[in-house]
Design a protein around this ligand. Structure first.
Ligand SMILES: Cc1ncc(COP(=O)(O)O)c(C=O)c1O
Length: 379
């Protein structure tokens, strides 16, 4: 607490020891089945965080040319980088081919044509995995659901058939795998079991069409405990990998890949903020804090829950319900409604928990606000 008092707020605070402990568990549990884990950079691209993750030997999952460059600059091996995304530009494709990344996770027939053409121009062969849309419900928030047939991601069944019919035309492509990602913040086993069933179906379909898939990429999606982060600082990776191992029909010569983001970095970051003002409007008590939705967008974007705690020491033991809101000119700039906290006042320090994933990486300068400062524990 003492050291937090000296921090300038708002600030992202990373517990690097928790990150290391999490990575130890990820590597120990995934290696039991010889699974390859890539870190999904979109969750957090803080350089200290990336340096630690790459030092544990994870691959990288990128969704833009700049993420590909950032991954390589921060210690990830180029031949362990996968590049997904529905809208890769020609320049991003060209630069990634020149960097000789492991694989493009290709999202449409037309994209295959473009990658084939650019690889041909560069007189190289592009390794691609087809991202398939398995129409599996991840049972999560609709904005972070990606594997249903009406989502924009992945090949539809019809586009896949078209690929099977014309695949000999892609002379500058090597199809080395299949890729799936059904969504994020998945907290139950069933969606992953359903994903495995769908993948098994597609592996059979590829075999029927004369393709023995070498790489099976199941994406990310494992969720974290936002309600009680201290009860579950490290997600249950042992159960997750076991579920996949038990339900996926894969052979010894097939490499299974994952692209985990939130489950690796979510709990190691918190957003610290100070109360600027307290006021009442109607029947509401508002705490107006110095962090805004520009520093942590998830509550405004997905109405998502982050636990809010008061770090300043106790005053009179009284507890009150507050709406904790930011300074930005949007009513959606709200971190939590009806949050029960000890009687709070101007200058008190609050911690908005579990902001390590999709916190700093989504930070904006809306309202021309500064980005939050960054501090590290366990450097
Ligand atoms: C293609 C892809 N892979 C992996 C991830 C990481 O997901 P998560 O942070 O839920 O593990 C995402 C997240 O959006 C994604 O779009």
């Amino acid at each position: 607490m003492q050291e937090f008092n000296q921090y300038q707020t708002p600030c992202h605070v990373y517990d690097l020891n928790l990150l290391r402990q999490t990575l130890n568990v990820v590597q120990t549990e995934s290696k039991k089945y010889n699974f390859k884990v890539h870190y999904a950079l979109k969750a957090n691209t803080n350089e200290k965080v990336l340096a630690i993750i790459s030092s544990f030997g994870l691959g990288a999952d990128c969704v833009s040319g700049n993420e590909v460059k950032t991954a390589i600059l921060n210690g990830f091996a180029a031949d362990e980088v996968v590049f997904a995304g529905v809208g890769k530009s020609d320049e991003e494709i060209r630069e990634s081919l020149e960097a000789n990344i492991f694989c493009f996770n290709c999202e449409s027939y037309e994209e295959l044509e473009v990658i084939n053409e650019i690889a041909g121009e560069l007189q190289t062969t592009a390794r691609v995995a087809l991202r398939l849309n398995p129409n599996v419900d991840p049972e999560t928030h609709e904005y972070i659901s990606t594997g249903l047939s009406f989502n924009k991601f992945g090949f539809s069944q019809a586009e896949l058939e078209r690929f099977f019919e014309n695949r000999t035309q892609f002379s500058s492509l090597e199809v080395i795998g299949v890729h799936f990602h059904i969504g994020s913040q998945i907290r139950t086993d069933q969606p992953f079991i359903n994903l495995c069933k769908a993948v098994n179906f597609y592996l059979g379909l590829f075999e029927e069409n004369g393709i023995h898939v070498q790489n099976i990429n199941l994406g990310g999606g494992l969720g974290i405990n936002y309600e009680e982060p201290d009860r579950e600082p490290i997600p249950d990776f042992a159960n997750y990998f076991q579920i996949i191992h038990e339900n996926l029909s894969y052979c010894e010569d097939q490499q299974v890949h994952f692209e985990l983001g939130r489950s690796i970095v979510g709990q190691c970051g918190n957003l610290l903020t100070r109360i600027l003002y307290r006021k009442e409007n109607g029947d509401r008590n508002f705490l107006i804090v110095d962090a805004g939705m520009n520093n942590l967008l998830r509550p405004a974007l997905y109405n998502s829950y982050h636990k809010i705690e008061r770090l300043s020491s106790g005053r009179n033991g009284l507890r009150q319900k507050y709406d904790v809101v930011g300074p930005i000119c949007e009513s959606s700039d709200c971190f939590g409604k009806g949050i029960e906290l000890e009687d709070s006042k101007r200058g008190d320090l609050l911690s908005i928990r579990s902001s390590g994933a999709y916190g700093q990486s989504m930070e904006l300068n809306y309202n021309l606000r500064d980005r939050a400062k960054v501090y590290y524990l366990g450097e």
